[in-house]
Design a binder for this molecule. Structure first.
Ligand SMILES: NC(=O)c1ccc[n+]([C@@H]2O[C@H](COP(=O)([O-])OP(=O)(O)OC[C@H]3O[C@@H](n4cnc5c(N)ncnc54)[C@H](OP(=O)(O)O)[C@@H]3O)[C@@H](O)[C@H]2O)c1
Length: 290
């Protein structure tokens, strides 16, 4: 097992929007591998609990891919949907039974023997960290999950769970982009840097909203000027801005179009200088640094 993820991760959340059949998804995975992206991000709940099965169908078409990819999936959110008639209300479930059962379901749906990293999708106000540690041990001992991490955890929630674990949590997947900068200031990325835990940035293009930033807005103007000066697209600038952060952010890309993914991969060659980075931050915040 490799020690670290590819710097860019491909998210599978929007699989139902991509208009691809199983062969098409397998082709996208293969094209990502050719571009150096070997890590794929899913969750039990995506597409009303269908995403892992759709991805598994692609892997069944091209089983040779299974040896070449690394899989992240998540558990802990319980949706109200026909696929789970027993759920009366949307809630979180981080009980020992739920974590173990959900990971086992994920393995079956994806048709693989091991999840590289299982993330707890959101902090659960009822989380019992002793039970969670037990669930992790059961899954690890059975070889079903190699590593565990969290998503959307604040530093104190991360510390609470970590306090019961023998092994370090492998990741915190959080929303961070030019349009969502909270984790820069709330201690989340500081904690990742201190512990050398890989932060993963979900919606690095703000779910496509970055493409719609008004050209006349402060961010629109800086994006246009830097794009012109550096010969980059605004999406490449947004990814380069994340990659420049010293916590070693891993952006989780969401496009299903390989030509767009290819453009974003090229952003890894760009290193924004400190002043370019701050120009983008100040424009995004709409104010100067104090
Ligand atoms: N842990 C969590 O709580 C959490 C929450 C949300 C998401 N995630 C993960 O993060 C991954 C990425 O999230 P995301 O999909 O929101 O990422 P994103 O990369 O910010 O957004 C992707 C969306 O932007 C569109 N887009 C990209 N470039 C564009 C352009 N130049 N013009 C117009 N639209 C453009 C894409 O459309 P096209 O497909 O047409 O290119 C796609 O709909 C998900 O797949 C999931 O794995 C995790």
């Amino acid at each position: 097992m490799q020690a670290s993820y590819s710097r860019l991760i491909q998210g599978i959340w929007r699989i139902a929007d991509w208009g691809l059949d199983a062969n098409g998804v397998a082709g996208l995975v293969s094209a990502c591998l050719d571009l150096g992206i070997d890590t794929f991000d899913l969750a039990d709940i995506y597409t009303g609990y269908q995403c892992e099965g759709m991805f598994g169908a692609a892997l069944a078409q091209s089983p040779e891919l299974k040896q070449r990819i690394r899989l992240i999936t998540k558990c802990g959110i319980a949706l109200v949907t026909p696929a789970r008639p027993e759920h009366r209300v949307k809630h979180y479930n981080t009980s020992r039974e739920h974590i173990v059962r959900s990971a086992e379901n994920s393995l079956l749906a994806m048709g693989v023997e091991q999840i590289d990293t299982l993330l707890i999708h959101r902090p659960d106000p009822l989380m019992n960290v002793d039970e969670m540690a037990e669930a992790f041990m059961v899954l690890k001992r059975a070889g079903k999950v190699a590593r565990f991490g969290v998503s959307n955890f604040l530093p104190h929630q991360f510390d609470l769970l970590q306090s019961r674990l023998d092994e370090p949590l492998a990741a915190n997947q959080v929303e961070v982009s030019l349009l969502h900068t909270d984790t820069l200031f709330d201690g989340t990325l500081d904690q990742c840097q201190r512990l050398r835990v890989a932060p993963q940035a979900w919606s690095p293009l703000a779910g496509g909203a970055l493409a719609k930033v008004e050209p006349a807005s402060s961010l629109g103007k800086v994006l246009a000027r830097l794009s012109e000066e550096l010969g980059l697209t605004r999406e490449q600038l947004a990814i380069a801005w994340l990659l420049r952060h010293p916590a070693r952010i891993h952006p989780v890309l969401g496009s299903g179009k390989i030509e767009r993914i290819q453009v974003l991969v090229a952003a890894q060659q760009i290193e924004l200088d400190r002043q370019q980075w701050f120009e983008l931050l100040e424009a995004a915040l709409g104010r100067q640094m104090p």
